[in-house]
Design a protein around this ligand. Sequence first.
Ligand code: SF4
Length: 412
Amino acid sequence: MKIQTAIFDLDGTLLDTLGDLCDSVNCAMLRHGFPAVTEEQTRVRVGNGVRNLIRQCIPEDKCTEQMLDICLDEFRTAYNQRMMNRTQPYDGIIPLLKALKRADVSVGVLSNKYDVAAKGLIRHFFGDLVQVTYGERPGVPRKPDPTSTLQLLHELGGDPDTTLYIGDSAVDIQTAKNAGLTAVGVTWGFRSAEELRQAGADTVVSSAAELLTLFENGMLNVDAICKAFTGRGFAFTYFPTAAEARAYLTDVCAGKSVSLGGSMTLQALGFPDAFRYGTAVHWHWVRKGEYFQKPDIYLSSANALSETGEIVNIDGTGNRVSATLFGPKQCIFVCGVNKLCPDLASAVERARNVAAPLNAKRLGVKTPCAADGKCHDCKSPARICRAMAIHMGPPLGMEKCEVVLIGEALGY
Ligand code: SF4
């Protein structure tokens, strides 16, 4: 389902505000002779409103409510003067917001930072790329209470089923859950991926580009996809990141003979260099002409996967698809999330009109698709599409046939 609304946290998600926050806290601390705080201390104390941040920075034996009010005023005065000194958008955020605007995704920002500062920062850095911004407002409970989130969602005209809530802290994840929204954790901010997963994030991303693929492809329903493949007898494993998938495949292939079909995905994952522990590798991309099709494990990608559990591949020579059907003891299809299609018809369509033209272009063959990116069902001597294999279940006699799905875009 297409994502139509995005609600972003601000500090640690859109903007790296740590330096200015820390400097402003220290203006207040040093005025009273309290020890300065480090950026690292500030990092772990933000996320729950500035009053809580200041409370944690004043020495415990000096932290009366009166002192807290004074320091909070001093912090606000200092922050109003310096909040754009060192603050910057994180890498890829502005291109991401521009892409969301082009795709008609409504964007709002919800922050526990006080309202004037939140609105000023968003206006300065992002202009009309953000439609509505809510900071902390008198009489409205802070995050993780869902009140502000639901008000913001209403103002954006969003539907909870097609909205992502994106933040960098456990408070954000809890806010999303309390509001009944899908929670996306980001790792470039103030907290770790582990903390976000423990807080219950539906998914965790480590770059703005990865976040954009969620909007382009929709949220993965990994459980449903797993059921579709395992229901047909395939093994199925999901990894959110390419690094996790690479580690898994390296271990699975340890001490085995492994053959690889031509694959941009496997190349992007770092194979064959990533193999270790006595893996005997045969890959005709590396050792030309070597088509070893009776290995312990055959690794291939696919041109498309259907969410109904089918695997689609087109081949020219036939060596790549034939080894996925007969010969190896075990076959593993390794695919990025960009290969997923809703059903078999759209998977075939992807294989013919996305994967094959891109491969024709990569190979530099003289086919019409290499020129315009669309399949013309050509009769050209250079035609690269000579056979199509659709796996509807594991081939009989193969010990194991597994789909490894990776939550990143990889290959064609
Ligand atoms: S059939 Fe021809 S035009 Fe179509 S994708 Fe294959 S090579 Fe390209």
